[in-house]
Write a protein that binds this ligand. Structure first.
Ligand SMILES: CC(=O)SCCNC(=O)CCNC(=O)[C@H](O)C(C)(C)COP(=O)(O)OP(=O)(O)OC[C@H]1O[C@@H](n2cnc3c(N)ncnc32)[C@H](O)[C@@H]1OP(=O)(O)O
Ligand SMILES: CC(C)C(=O)C(=O)O
Length: 553
């Protein structure tokens, strides 16, 4: 670095809370969620949303089950104002959903905000002013009392206008904005003054939002401050403590989780973390983190791809392919050992017939968020035999025996290395066909068998093409394969020792086919052959011949 960090930056002034209790608490139920996509998310976009885009996002949020949605800053922009009027006048707000609007503590803005809310059955009026030491000094040029006075002036006006409203309940929310840059004792003082001015009481609870407007510390320090605040503020029971983490240090999700452990009742955030600078906290990740701990998050994310599509189209911002739960690649393993473990995990789960999710490397069942298993294993040069076997079985019904998996995965690996890219299932299947199923110097055309003893001994006659010439060979053995091996030795002088044999059906009913895999002794180790045919015996004979052809090659 060209700059000496110690000269330019100061460590975050941590609050001294040695008897903190939050580390021992577990989250057992979801917080109240408030989406701020249409306000904080919107104000961070290159092109803020117009009404059709806002409506699409609104419908997505309502469909997911959000009960509180901050719909805009109506005094700031006509688009926000018009959208709020559109929602109210058009009857688009379900009875169980409360809209929230944001305003600064300025008389004209507060009055305009109330105008925007005219006719709404219920609303949260969210008032904020910056309380941080630096903003008081640099932006507003006032002392602590000046800051409190500004907050109180706004609170009193909100109280007055709420009382004048003809019907339509108002919940008041106050944010000491830039809370993370505010001395904790001052945050308590200003919130207590505001709560008193609002008349917060049992049945008239107000929301106190403690925003990490800029994330300035490790999440544990944010949690310490939230716990300290909850323990210190007067009449805590009359306050709904909300948090609004941003993600400047990349730990917004952790900060929100620890803050809930520390006493927060409510979380404000956005889908996939859109928002100012590095974004707001991602509510989808928070909700699915809860889900994977066995807790119903109270939000429906069972079709995460549609939610992602709506968010991407409305914001114009792509969701990263590695984004938790929602990214295109997050349910995909390319590396061999991961694929092997996933493959075994799926098989064990099927065998145990268990509902409990225990598949290695997959913290959530992709199906729970509407994703398929198709992309779980994809093949490139980092992949191993388990992954290749998984793809062949899943897409082509081929259950390669273990020894053959090792051999074939080397074939796939060399193709992937040569191509320097991912291989599709079709390309893997084509490599399988080219390796094992292509016609060689010997081909089986037909065969017949007859029993020669009551103990199962059979005589076999096979019609072959050998080096372009038709040949008939005959042999006797314990079964068709044994008889064929004897015939090959007797009539063609080919010595074949079958070391391994597997067969299985592909498909069901009259359309089904048989797949056979054999391993025979080669010059250096075993050589594998495989074949697929409508008849099991024919598949077995072809697999033996396939192995011989490969050995002779
Ligand atoms: C952390 C957050 O996300 S907070 C939300 C931020 N969102 C937005 O700002 C988006 C919408 N805002 C806007 O469109 C505009 O800022 C408006 C319409 C609200 C105000 O516009 P304008 O008055 O033209 O300009 P501007 O924002 O520069 O005003 C700054 C003035 O507001 C004052 N101010 C800023 N915040 C507040 C507040 N919460 N309460 C009272 N006054 C405030 C500033 O001190 C400054 O005062 P000054 O003019 O005496 O220096
Ligand atoms: C208005 C407040 C809550 C805000 O958006 C922030 O602090 O980031």
């Amino acid at each position: 670095m060209k700059t000496a960090a110690s000269e330019k930056y100061r460590p975050y002034p941590a609050i001294r809370l040695t008897d903190r209790t939050w580390p021992d608490r577990a989250i057992t139920r979801p917080p109240a969620w408030c989406s701020v996509d249409l306000r904080d998310g919107n104000q961070a976009l290159i092109d803020p949303m117009d009404t059709p885009r806002k409506l699409r996002l609104w419908n997505t949020l309502v469909g997911m089950g959000f009960k509180q949605i901050e719909v805009g800053f109506p005094a700031a922009s006509q688009t926000d104002y018009d959208f709020i009027r559109f929602l109210i006048d058009g009857g688009h707000i379900p009875d169980d959903v409360t809209i929230q609007i944001l305003t600064q503590s300025r008389e004209d803005l507060i009055r305009k905000s109330f105008e925007a809310l005219d006719g709404a059955k219920r609303a949260i009026v969210h008032l904020y002013n910056s309380t941080s030491e630096v903003q008081r000094r640099v932006v507003f040029g006032f002392d602590r009392q000046g800051c409190i006075d500004l907050a109180l002036a706004g609170t009193r006006l909100v109280r007055e206008l709420s009382a004048q409203r003809a019907g339509g309940e108002v919940t008041f929310q106050y944010s000491p904005e830039s809370f993370t840059g505010t001395e904790p004792d001052f945050a308590v003082a200003i919130v207590e003054a505001v709560a008193e001015a609002w008349g917060a009481a049992k049945g008239r609870e107000m929301i106190v939002n403690l925003p990490a407007t800029v994330e300035m510390s490790t999440p544990n320090l944010y949690a310490d401050t939230v716990e300290w605040f909850c323990r210190t503020v007067k009449n805590r029971a009359n306050l709904i403590i909300s948090v609004h983490p941003h993600n400047d240090r990349g730990t917004g999700v952790a900060a929100a989780e620890l803050a809930v452990m520390a006493g927060a009742d409510r979380v404000e955030g956005t889908l996939f973390g859109n928002g100012e600078r590095t974004g707001n906290v991602d509510v989808c990740t928070l909700a699915l983190n809860l889900f994977t701990q066995g807790i119903d998050p109270g939000l429906d994310l069972s079709d995460i791809d549609s939610i992602r599509a709506a968010a991407e189209e409305c914001t114009g911002l792509p969701v990263h392919p590695r984004h938790p739960y929602a990214g295109e690649l997050v349910y995909t393993a390319f590396s061999g050992s991961h694929q092997d473990a996933i493959n075994k995990g799926f098989k064990a789960r099927e065998k145990a017939n268990s509902t409990v999710w225990e598949v290695p490397y997959l913290p959530i069942d992709p199906a729970d968020v509407g994703r398929t298993y198709e992309a779980v294993i994809r093949i490139n040069s980092q992949s191993g035999k388990g992954g290749v076997a998984y793809v062949l079985e899943r897409d082509y019904g081929l259950e390669l025996p273990k020894a053959m998996q090792s051999e074939f995965s080397k074939v796939v690996q060399s193709v992937a290395d040569r191509e320097g890219r991912e291989l599709s299932p079709a390309e893997i299947h084509a490599a399988f066909q080219a390796t094992y199923l292509e016609a060689g110097a010997i081909q089986v055309v037909d065969y017949s068998t007859v029993p020669v003893s009551s103990k199962g001994t059979r005589a076999l006659t096979a019609q072959l093409v050998v080096g372009g010439a038709e040949r008939i060979i005959q042999g006797v053995g314990a079964g068709p394969v044994d008889a064929f091996v004897h015939a090959l030795q007797k009539d063609l002088g080919l010595f074949v020792t079958v070391r391994d044999y597997h067969e299985h059906a592909i498909g069901e009913g009259s359309e089904s086919q048989a797949a056979c895999y054999v391993a025979i002794d080669g010059k250096a180790g075993v050589v594998h052959g495989a074949a697929i045919d409508a008849s099991v015996t024919m598949a077995a004979l072809k697999a033996v011949v396939g192995a011989i052809n490969r050995r002779e090659r």
